[in-house]
Design a protein around this ligand. Structure first.
Ligand code: ADP
Ligand code: ZN
Ligand code: MG
Length: 477
């Protein structure tokens, strides 16, 4: 019997506001524990929340980017939550009137394009962070009250690969929207994974299991593969899946039961009495819509059309908005989009990977890369010389034209000079010349290599190979 998985995700995304959701405390990551706290986010009795307007704006922008319907009337609710990481013992969240409804995320897996429907996006406050030590546990409330957007999908995802593609596409859109850093290491993006399986041919979804608080995409993928197998085997063996919350153990690669699932009424939601509803007028929503940044898919199409690069290149370049910005600045400056794309996709991305840094952190600017490429296009230097300069420009920056002059790296483009080097080379390598005359075509390349070496890499390679070919042809007579 074949089993078909259904997966729904609840993705929590920390917004990129300067201050917390209901107080003025900083949201900056990495400070000493409990240094960014106040009576509001510590839940002191009588402390009153004040809504962060920028968090509302960023949530609506996210919703618009994802094609959601924006609610003109939305409100906050209290959800009972009795854990040490939440000092108020309730969490301010949104229940029946979220900011955004519907929407979707387009994914492509194995060549098949699908749209994964979103149920809703609501805004809530993050909880503190517990740490467990040998003799005690600690709670850091710096994170308590950070604006947290929850994006809920319909159970539309049908495989671990689709879940991965969805998360990548969602992250990309949120980065383009500029609403979150989406830094997984800093816990900016975490998700609860809901998964069930049902026998092939059955309409009704199976009983779901929820895997809580996943903070790596690889973990989500691995946990899903494991859980789909576990549930399928259970059903195949005549058993049944129990609805429960489980946790993922990355070390053993298994999920374990945590608790049986609370029903919604256990949360005892009721309207937050200390906050007014959020009323957005249509004109405001439309103004925000007009100011939206370009979506990743639109940018891909535009890069192909405006710069004449292949669709594949456009996909790689737009994966990261900063890379796409870098590309466009450089391509506009030097006018050779294809070359800029090649340089970024091979050398620049490789250097970023090796040094484990971002474009913003390295010294290479789009202007510098454009100028380097222009030197090659004008045949001032050859490609190997340019490639040789890149690591230095990447590490410390600099002006390519000045470096070339200062170090005498200019390409040897003078035909007479190269011609003399070719003569010398043919004299010095009679065996290779004989090989060529005997019919070994590849021998010509070896001779060009010798000419380049003799010029210390500076000869114009095209001119060198043209002259080698001419002189060899003359000897053939
Ligand atoms: P709950 O009431 O348990 O929180 P919801 O209906 O709110 O459940 O759904 C929470 C998440 O679980 C959503 O992402 C939804 O798509 C997903 N989900 C719901 N039912 C199933 C199911 N049978 N199989 C897989 N995922 C499901
Ligand atoms: Zn505070
Ligand atoms: Mg729910």
């Amino acid at each position: 019997m074949n089993y078909v998985p259904s997966i729904g995700l609840e993705v929590h995304v920390q917004l990129r506001t300067r201050t917390k959701m209901f107080c003025g405390c900083s949201t900056a990551y990495g400070a000493s524990p409990n240094t960014q706290v106040c009576p509001v986010c510590l839940g002191y009795p009588g402390a009153m929340p004040v809504m962060n307007a920028e968090a509302i704006h960023q949530t609506v922008v996210s919703g618009l980017m994802l094609g959601c319907e924006i609610g003109t009337f939305s409100k906050f609710d209290r959800k009972s939550y009795f854990y040490p990481d939440m000092p108020k013992n309730y969490q301010i969240t949104q229940y029946d009137k979220p900011l955004c409804l519907g929407g979707g995320v387009a994914i492509v897996v194995n060549g098949a394009a699908r749209t994964i429907r979103l149920t809703r996006i609501h805004l809530e406050e993050d909880v503190g962070k517990s740490t467990h030590h040998a003799a005690c546990s600690g709670v850091d409330f710096n994170r308590a009250g950070v604006p947290l957007m929850e994006i809920v999908t319909e159970p539309d995802l049908a495989s671990a690969d689709e879940a991965m593609a969805f998360l990548l596409a969602l992250k990309q859109t949120l980065l383009y929207a500029g609403v979150s850093d989406c830094n997984l290491e800093e816990g900016n993006l975490r998700c609860d994974v809901n998964v069930s399986v049902r026998p092939a041919g059955q309409e009704k979804l199976g009983t779901k299991v929820e895997i809580k608080n996943m903070n790596t995409f690889k973990g989500v993928h691995a946990a899903l593969l494991y859980e789909i197998d576990r549930q399928s085997a259970l059903l195949a063996g005549g058993g049944r899946v129990v609805q429960q919350t489980r946790r993922w153990e990355p070390d053993s690669g298994e999920t374990f039961p945590m608790r049986s699932k609370e029903d919604a009424h256990d949360y005892r939601y009721f309207p937050e009495p200390d906050l007014l509803p959020v009323v957005l007028d249509r004109a405001q929503i439309e103004a925000w819509r007009a100011g939206l940044p370009e979506r990743p898919a639109d940018r891909r199409t535009r890069l192909v059309q405006s710069y004449g690069i292949p669709v594949y290149d456009a996909g790689v370049l737009t994966a990261d908005r900063a890379v796409a910005d870098f590309f466009e600045t450089a391509a506009t400056r030097c006018g050779n989009g294809k070359a800029v794309s090649n340089w970024i996709m091979t050398d620049v991305l490789r250097l970023l990977g090796e040094r484990n840094c971002t474009l913003a952190q390295c010294a290479l600017t789009p202007e510098t890369l454009a100028d380097l490429i222009a030197l090659v296009d004008r045949r001032t230097i050859n490609l190997p010389t340019a490639k040789g300069l890149l690591p230095e420009l990447f590490e410390t920056g600099g002006n390519p034209a000045l470096l070339v002059t200062a170090r005498g790296l200019g390409q040897m483009g003078d035909a007479d000079e190269i011609s003399r080097l070719v003569d010398q080379t043919l004299e010095a390598n009679p065996r290779i010349v004989q090989d060529f005359l005997g019919g070994k075509q590849a021998a010509a390349q070896a001779l060009v290599g010798q000419v380049m070496k003799l010029s210390r890499g500076k000869a114009d390679p095209q001119l060198a190979s043209k002259l080698v070919a001419e002189k060899l042809a003359a000897r053939k007579g």
